[in-house]
Design a protein around this ligand. Structure first.
Ligand code: AMP
Length: 216
């Protein structure tokens, strides 16, 4: 089963992708995570992407398509992939189709997670993740069980993303509205799009996503 998770920043794509990977043995391909790794490593791509990401703009299509091309593969070590944060433009959606055709793969479901824009800012400004394993947490909604200790790996260092601030979130929302939302009709036309209400608890949203991918 191959899935795309679409939705504005703060919709919960990363959190739900983690849950889906565990439940269905899928591999998460998050272009945001890949870019943050590139920035951390100081690669040429990372140096180009850093400022763009801090502004809340989108990294150019040709760089994104080249980055993801090597990762979309049969197997990927699981029973399918979850694309989280890709495609984000029409050009990326078209390039993805070409890659999938070449590999004899297809997207089974595109899950659009919808959220109120006001909630997005609150969600984003409280989030942090384990510096070791990347597990996601939130000041109000999902604290580690033991304060300061990652539930998943026991590490005690955490990170907050440089682009998770109110000002950058506004640019990221604008990029979503102007450049990403226009790809929704593209998938709707093929009958693969399912919208899911992303408000409520992580468990509630996960239940709705499971219902949306039932029968795939
Ligand atoms: P995310 O972790 O998905 O919120 O992505 C963080 C930032 O990485 C975005 O605000 C963009 O600057 C960049 N980015 C991630 N995925 C893409 C993509 N598919 N196309 C362009 N830029 C991207």
């Amino acid at each position: 089963m191959n899935l795309i998770l679409l939705g504005p920043p703060g919709a919960g794509k990363g959190t739900q992708a983690e849950r889906l990977c565990d439940a269905f043995n899928l591999v998460q391909l998050s272009t945001g995570d890949m870019l943050r790794e590139e920035v951390k490593s100081g690669s040429e791509l990372g140096r180009t992407a850093k400022e763009i990401m801090e502004r809340g703009d989108l990294v150019p299509d040709d760089l994104m398509i080249a980055m993801i091309a090597g990762r979309i593969d049969t197997g990927n070590g699981g029973d399918g992939v979850i694309l989280d944060g890709f495609p984000r433009t029409t050009a990326q959606a078209e390039a993805l189709d070409a890659m999938l055709v070449e590999k004899g793969l297809k997207i089974d479901r595109v899950v659009q997670i919808t959220v109120d824009e006001d909630a997005v800012v609150e969600r984003i400004s409280g989030r942090f993740s384990c510096a070791e394993c990347g597990a996601g947490y939130h000041d109000s909604f999902k604290q580690p069980k033991q304060e300061g200790v990652c539930d998943n790996c026991g590490a005690t260092e955490f990170n907050r993303r440089a682009d998770d601030n109110a000002e950058t979130v506004r640019s990221r929302l604008e990029a979503y509205r102007e450049q990403t939302a226009p790809i929704l009709p593209y998938y709707e036309g093929r009958g693969s799009l399912q919208a899911v209400d992303g408000m409520g608890s992580i468990d509630d949203v996960f239940g709705r996503i499971k219902a949306a991918i039932k029968g795939v």
